[in-house]
Design a protein around this ligand. Structure first.
Ligand code: ZN
Length: 174
């Protein structure tokens, strides 16, 4: 396994709509394993392929105390409820904001071998999945904020980014 480079906002790869995964095989499994390791080392709870420069619909996540999970071509089919909660992002390390998300979602996806899966997720898990699925649409969490807060976060991030020397300095979440 290898640690991958995480792309920071506003890299172009983070703004693209990612392409569906069509090739299932050892290469995809290696990418998912590397993403899990990269997420772990960065103390994150989720990571989408565009964040490591791969514009494909693949994401990994792990709830605190939970099992690591890998979702391919995920689709949020239903969502209910709404709650503000603090979010961060490995592509904007050290930045946090309260982001509104649905509290209950129904997800369909494929596992790493291409087998269809369908499940429901609530609260924090639902939040992680919504955050990571946003990455597959080229959306980052500041895009979910009101214009004023968004501008504030982006402005702070510009300063923070200048002071980030190595990815080692990264201590963050999704
Ligand atoms: Zn993120």
């Amino acid at each position: 396994m290898a640690k991958l480079k995480i792309f920071y906002y506003p890299d172009k790869v983070l703004t693209l709509k990612a392409a569906p995964v069509t090739d299932f095989g050892p290469e995809l499994e290696t990418l998912a394993q590397d993403m899990l390791e990269t997420m772990d080392e960065s103390e994150g709870v989720g990571l989408a392929a565009p964040q490591v420069g791969v514009s494909k619909r693949l994401l990994v996540l792990c709830e605190p105390e939970g099992e690591p999970m890998c979702l391919v071509n995920p689709v949020i089919k239903e969502s209910e409820g709404r709650e503000y909660g603090e979010e961060g992002c490995l592509s904007l390390p050290k930045m946090y904001a309260r982001v509104p998300r649905a509290t209950h979602i129904k997800v369909s996806a494929q596992d790493i071998r291409g087998v269809p899966v369908e499940f429901e997720a609530n609260n924090f898990l639902a939040r992680i999945i919504q955050h990571e699925c946003d990455h597959l649409e080229g959306i980052v969490f500041p895009d979910r904020l009101d214009a004023f807060t968004r501008e504030e976060v982006i402005e702070q991030w510009e300063t923070v980014r200048k002071n980030l020397k190595k990815p080692k300095d990264v201590r963050q979440r999704a």
